[in-house]
Design a protein around this ligand. Structure first.
Ligand code: HC1
Ligand code: SF4
Length: 574
């Protein structure tokens, strides 16, 4: 550790800490805009400037390391003037249409502008004007609100994709794709990690709330909603609740009050995915099929695989994702059971994910001859609908999902965290292959839990030593796939989630500002919601879900049956 003084206070900080981190230890927040820990550490925006005694110029606290005996000042009149000026310059090219901006109220620029009392029109002059890029299925890029902080660029590079970056120089400098291509023309995988990294309203998901409100208001339609496992772990944040609060019951109550005819749970179809995927795994092992089997529920990952690892597309499980299986079952089994014309059913998904908006429109996702899913909302869009409907979220009662598609096992719940799909599949595969019953602690496959980017383990399943790997974040996926390709790793089963930490950290989740992201393990807090729910559920294995059993007994016959293939499986692009 080194000892230094910050604003006259003695502080001891690790020797590789930055001034920003040391100040935080002393309870002092230095404002930042471009800095996002591990994603963008370039010291470019000049908001975090501090005075260091004896230095000739101000230092950028986000990149400047601490030193023994250093004397730092974070809040002098000169610094306040400098920061105010920086903000006024940023605003000189900003369109300042804040009233209806999707980020109004949680925009980091807006907050700083207010705190520093900026004069919005100080540098009014020529302004660049950019067309919106609405080409992609999942998001819109509005450069008129971009402040060139490059957090999105860092997020995309961290995903190992790198399709956005700075174009041109000087006044014409802007973030875009190579050769000014539209996002849809690039290999963007729709993960939305750029959106949750953006401090302003320059990046946002395509808004489907109007379409959903309209369907709800249409008396001809039966509107069914499903919620992904990870949504309950984060929706509360949009209403000021602490990160890591499980709001399942209030979420269900809110959806019912919004007017959905049925409120169901994606956990149910996560269980269904496990039935099909565990069966696929067993079949591939028995029949010498392509291994490792790689999960296919994360659409950003699937797109990534199709784009960059074409030779491994056959490793992908042919299972549709739980989102799509849900829609497929509603429009076939449920429609028949309830005697509803599938074309009258409107199935909405609430997802922590922006790539689900893209997945919905993929080929071969229409089991009943109509699209399996009609609209996908992010967690943020659901929050906005709840607010617009005037529902006081915090005071809603806790309610239960509707039956029959509202039952999920604990295995389905943990899908939303990295390692969850693997653990869920193992619970079912081990019991199926070994004729043993897993109880208590034996149900926890702890080695594949936790937020580490790459996890490996070997489990004894019957006579077989099953080597598994779990990765989240596409940069990690790249590393692992390269190892597999080079024959340096011998896995049987691999789980890949596109977003670092899995769905809980998806691109559609409530946006936490850098000041929170830099100092809190959001992924772990949200994941703990799911593992706690799993621990306390009476049913923790997919194959013990009674509705799943009934579905096979009365309709699908058995996992991997002809009918199951027609409804629940899909194909990929090579
Ligand atoms: Fe996910 Fe999945 S876990 S992909 O992360 O397999 O989005 O939560 O709904 O489909 O169940 C997301 C979450 C989600 C699917 C499931
Ligand atoms: Fe990059 Fe993902 Fe944003 Fe596409 S959605 S630009 S892949 S970060």
């Amino acid at each position: 550790n080194v000892n230094l003084k910050i604003n006259g206070l003695s502080v001891s900080a690790p020797k590789d800490a930055t001034i920003l981190e040391a100040a935080r230890l002393a309870g002092i927040n230095i404002p930042t805009l471009c800095y996002l820990k591990d994603v963008n550490q370039i010291g470019a925006c000049r908001m975090c400037l501090v005075e260091v005694k004896g230095a000739r110029s101000f230092a950028a606290a986000c990149v400047q390391p601490v030193g023994e005996g250093m004397e730092v000042y974070t809040n002098t009149p000169a610094l306040r003037r400098s920061r105010k000026n920086t903000l006024e310059l940023i605003l000189s090219t900003h369109d300042k249409k804040c009233l209806s901006c999707v980020r109004s109220g949680d925009c980091e620029l807006q907050r700083l502008a207010r705190e520093y009392g900026v004069d919005e029109s100080k540098y009014e002059g020529e302004k660049p004007h950019y067309e919106l890029d609405a080409s992609a299925a999942h998001m819109i890029r509005d450069n008129n609100k971009c402040i060139l902080c490059r957090r999105c660029v860092g997020a995309c590079a961290e995903q190992g994709i790198g399709v956005i970056g700075p174009n041109r120089r000087g006044f014409a400098s802007h973030i875009g794709c190579a050769f000014e291509m539209e996002l849809a023309e690039t290999s963007c995988v729709s993960c939305g990690q750029c959106i949750v990294a953006c401090p302003t309203g320059a990046l946002y998901e395509k808004d489907d709330t109007a379409k959903v409100f309209e369907a709800i208001g249409d008396p001809e339609k039966v509107v069914v909603v499903q919620t992904a496992p990870a949504v309950r772990a984060a929706l509360g944040e949009s209403f000021g609740m602490p990160i890591g609060t499980n709001v399942k019951g209030k979420m269900v109550a809110a959806l019912r009050r919004l007017g959905f005819d049925k409120v169901f749970d994606t956990d149910f179809s996560a269980d269904l995915t496990i039935m099909e995927e565990a069966n696929e795994f067993i079949e591939r092992v028995k029949n010498g099929g392509k291994l490792p089997l790689i999960t296919s529920c994360s659409p950003g990952w699937v797109k990534f695989c199709e784009h960059y690892y074409e030779d491994m597309v056959d490793n992908l499980s042919s299972c549709k994702s739980p989102q799509q299986m849900f829609g497929a079952i509603v429009k076939t089994y449920y429609a028949e059971k309830e005697n509803i014309d599938p074309s009258k059913l409107f199935v909405v998904s609430v997802m922590p994910c922006t790539a689900k908006k893209f997945e919905r429109g993929r080929d071969d996702q229409a089991a009943a001859g109509v699209q399996d899913i009609d609209a996908v909302l992010t967690t943020r869009e659901l929050a906005s609908m709840i607010k617009r409907a005037g529902l006081m979220f915090e005071s809603l009662p806790d309610e239960e999902f509707d039956m029959p598609l509202g039952i999920g096992s604990g295995a389905g719940v943990i899908f939303g965290a990295t390692g969850g799909v693997m653990e869920a599949a193992l619970r079912t595969a081990v019991e199926t292959l070994t004729d043993t019953k897993l109880e208590g602690e034996a149900l926890d496959f702890k080695e594949v839990r936790g937020t580490k980017g790459i996890k490996e383990a070997t489990y004894k399943v019957g006579d077989l030593d099953v080597n598994v790997a779990v990765v989240s974040g596409l940069k990690n996926a790249r590393m692992l796939l390269d190892k597999i390709r080079a024959g340096e790793a011998n896995y049987h089963f691999v789980e890949v989630m596109a977003c670092p930490g899995g769905c809980v950290n998806g691109g559609g989740q409530p946006i936490q500002p850098a000041s929170v992201r830099n100092n809190t393990d959001i992924r772990a807090l949200r994941a703990s919601v799911l593992y706690n729910e799993d621990k306390n559920l009476p049913i923790r294995k997919s194959h013990e879900n009674p509705v799943i059993k009934e579905l096979y007994d009365t309709y699908l016959e058995k996992p991997g049956s002809h009918k199951a293939h027609e409804i629940l499986h899909t194909t990929y692009v090579k």
